[in-house]
Ligand binder design. Sequence first.
Ligand code: MG
Length: 160
Amino acid sequence: MDIRIGNGYDVHALASGLPLWLCGVQIESETGCVAHSDGDVAIHALCDALLGALALGDIGKHFPDTSDEFRGIDSKILLRRTMDMVKDAGYRVGNADITIALQRPKLAAYITRMRENLAGVMGVQVTAVSVKATTTEKLGFVGRSEGCEVFATALLFSNE
Ligand code: MG
């Protein structure tokens, strides 16, 4: 059995008056991600981890932000399409782990729904999906609430 690991990283700037979507959950927040899509920076990092595990390039290659097709798109659709690529390549997800760095608001109350959302789209058990949140102790662009930064790791197993 072939085992593959991938990592993903994404950052979006935050601006007032925009919706904030993370792992398919709308977060109550004064600011949201500036983006061509719905700005779900967590799903973008996860897609990059999945694509990275299979050396299939990155999310920008498959879903270019210059394309009208992807303007304002629900990032869960991007994750679903990425999972189609994983399946077409003959792999399944072992587990995924996501760390969201955001100064505010606190995300603890949303974590369960985030994990359920991602597991549903990926077709895996909720126990296979970890979502963690951290501040950066007011340091850097995250700490100044200028942006949201996400790291993701995904492990894939081949089906044979
Ligand atoms: Mg992005």
